[in-house]
Design a protein around this ligand. Structure first.
Ligand code: BTN
Length: 328
């Protein structure tokens, strides 16, 4: 590890306290110049570091491998953590080296520079202000069951974020806090010679983004935990809470293949049930429908205006929006 990486590690584990040159140089023999240079490198990489009286400190809590391991020591599945400084996308990183990651591995990045969203969209994230997480799984399932995982993940994430306010699920993959999107889910699959080898469950959570961090066009529909709670939140606690909730649903489902526990939560917390929406599918004009249900396969059951029958929508093919042009 380089000196700046050591310094970052100590800053993360010392947060919110300061790290002085004296204490740092006791552990890593270096000159004051080396210490200052390491601080400059962290600043240039846009880590949230500040100085006070020749000491350094982080202005935000960052992902800490040791804290995560401590917080998840009793989870139902073992979760090895891989924390990267800056990578284009944690999902792409996980997919590119899929076979090298064991089941339950969690890939995280302090800064995700080219995050991917659903339906080919981008997912932007500012250094240290959002969580970019990819969970590697190898369940024995056929590809028909894939949409179920979005609902299972949404239920777990919605539960984990309840501590920060009124969370809801906007089918299929958005978590909404006080009416605005705070987190999104992108599940990608890994195939080998037509055989489903496994899944990468990607999650992005806006933790400390400020209004200035959002493009103007997103301000009315996106938010962060910081904006809503006016508090600094600990990403490690959020990640651990999510994994605890996820493991519960996932291990139960592996044993019983019953979807009721998480689908019933998706229905209870749905931001869409009973609402009128516009349904967007590729190459077709939007259609107006009323949301009637979410079935046991995780499909959204809608009633299109003028149709006698109800129609199930699969999450892979559709996006939906409030018909009043609002977000939900
Ligand atoms: C969406 O709402 O459209 C889904 C957003 C998913 C973003 C996460 S961040 C971690 C993981 N890596 C990616 O490139 N995307 C997902």
């Amino acid at each position: 590890m380089t000196l700046d990486q050591h310094l970052l590690q100590i800053l993360i584990d010392t947060y919110p306290d300061t790290v002085s040159f004296e204490s740092f140089s006791r552990q890593y023999t270096c000159s004051k110049e080396d210490f200052l240079e390491a601080s400059r490198i962290l600043k240039n990489k846009k880590y949230p570091v500040s100085y006070t009286n020749s000491s350094l400190y982080l202005t935000l809590p960052l992902i800490s491998k040791s804290k995560l391991s401590r917080l998840t020591q009793h989870t139902k599945t073992h979760h090895p953590f891989i924390v990267k400084e800056a990578i284009p996308s944690t999902n792409t990183f996980a997919l590119n080296s899929f076979s090298s990651f064991e089941e339950g591995s969690v890939i995280l990045a302090h800064h995700q520079t080219k995050g991917k969203g659903r339906l080919g969209r981008q997912w932007s994230a500012t250094m240290g202000k959002s969580i970019a997480l990819s969970l590697v799984l190898r369940p024995t399932i056929d590809s028909q069951s894939l949409p179920l995982f979005t609902q299972l993940t949404a239920a777990a994430l919605c539960q984990a974020l309840k501590a920060y306010g009124d969370t809801q699920i906007k089918w299929p993959n958005d978590i909404v806090l006080n009416g605005k999107k705070v987190a999104g889910i992108l599940i990608e699959s890994q195939f080998q010679e037509n055989r489903l080898e496994g899944l990468v469950i990607g999650i992005g959570i806006n933790t400390h983004l400020e209004p200035d961090d959002f493009e103007d066009s997103l301000l009315h529909k996106a938010t962060s935990l910081k904006i809503e709670t006016k508090q600094t939140v600990d990403p490690n606690v959020i990640i651990a809470d999510f994994l605890i909730e996820f493991d519960q649903f996932y291990t139960d489902w592996l044993e019983t293949r019953q979807t009721f526990p998480f689908i019933s939560l998706c229905k209870k917390e749905s931001a869409l049930l009973g609402k009128e929406i516009h349904v967007y599918s590729p190459n077709e004009p939007p259609k107006t429908a009323t949301v009637k249900d979410i079935n046991e396969k995780g499909e959204l059951i809608v009633h299109y205006q003028g149709h006698a029958q109800l129609t199930p929508l699969q999450s892979l093919d559709f996006s939906v929006r409030n018909s009043q042009n609002g977000y939900i």
